[in-house]
Design a protein around this ligand. Structure first.
Ligand code: NDP
Ligand SMILES: O=C(O)C1=N[C@H](C(=O)O)C[C@H](O)C1
Length: 250
């Protein structure tokens, strides 16, 4: 076997982190070096990294800590595999430039489930022909960010190919603010939060006399693990930071 890949996990005790640690234990090519917690001072963080010497940091934490973790990776030459959502487009752009300059590989993917990647691609295909579209994303009620990272990425991919029109009646009015959801480049994104849900998304298209619905459901968090595993191995051979698992699949 080639050299094993040493992997630290930030957020190792969270819902996703626990699943990642389990997955690492099942792959002989990967070594779990331990949990990284950056809530201490800089010296405590440096000590953890010195002990673990990770090649890769998998991050499933919070929108508040992920930017710092990506800077930490850059400063220590560690390749990030980030699932945490909530980075702004400006942060993504800035980090991408800095990683490119450093020649360091990494991936930020708002969704690691292959079915969700396919949903995004199918939605972008359909939006070219059916520009009237709404996105409904549905998640568990412990989720911090809205809309979901997946919905935002889907919206970006749709907006890149869709004729920019403002949907709905030109005189429509909300009697309760927010009733029509969030507006993104003329179309709407709706976020549902309920206990019992995991991660789900439906993209609805409408045209004269017809509708098209494309839906993906993650019914458990194991659904994300083949994508995380693939990303850990792929970043070892990348020289830049990429945004979206689709770039590894094509
Ligand atoms: N890309 C993808 O495919 C997926 C992405 N996600 C995203 O992943 C993120 C995590 O989701 P989920 O696992 O459900 O969330 P959880 O709240 O279950 O887990 C987050 C974990 O991060 C820990 N944490 C917070 N701050 C730090 C820090 N500075 N250093 C180390 N650990 C920290 C928390 O610790 P404590 O509990 O002690 O506060 C917690 O254990 C979210 O942004 C979510 O949107 C989720 C699923 C799939
Ligand atoms: O918080 C979650 O659970 C999820 N977050 C990601 C997102 O914001 O899109 C991915 C998946 O939907 C689960």
């Amino acid at each position: 076997m080639d050299k094993q890949i040493r992997v630290a996990v930030a957020g190792a005790h969270g819902r996703m982190g626990q699943e990642v640690v389990r997955m690492l234990g099942q792959d002989a090519e990967l070594v779990y070096t331990g949990a990284l917690d950056t809530r201490g001072d800089d010296e405590a963080v440096r000590r953890q990294l010195d002990e673990m010497r990770p090649d890769v940091l998998v991050d499933f934490t919070t929108p508040h800590s992920v930017y710092r973790h990506l800077e930490l990776c850059l400063n220590h030459g560690i390749r990030p595999v980030v699932g945490t959502t909530g980075l702004t487009p400006e942060q993504l752009q800035e980090l991408t430039a800095r990683y490119r300059e450093a020649g360091l590989g990494g991936i930020i993917a708002p969704n690691f489930a292959i079915g969700a990647i396919l949903l995004m691609k199918f939605a972008a295909m359909a939006a070219k022909y059916m520009p009237h579209v709404e996105i409904i994303e549905l998640h568990h009620d412990r989720k911090l960010d809205a809309p979901s990272g997946t919905a935002l990425k889907t919206a970006e991919m749709i907006a890149a190919v869709r004729e920019e029109i403002k949907q709905g009646h030109p005189e429509e009015a909300e009697s309760i603010p927010g009733a029509r959801g969030a507006e993104y480049h003329g179309f709407r994104i709706h976020s549902v939060r309920l206990p019992g849900l995991v991660a789900h998304q439906e993209v609805l298209f409408g045209a004269t006399g017809q509708t098209l619905s494309i839906r993906h459901d993650s019914i458990n968090r194991e659904s994300f693990m083949p994508g995380v595993n693939m990303a850990i191995k792929a970043v070892m051979n990348l020289g830049e930071l990429i945004y979206g698992l689709e770039h590894l699949i094509d």
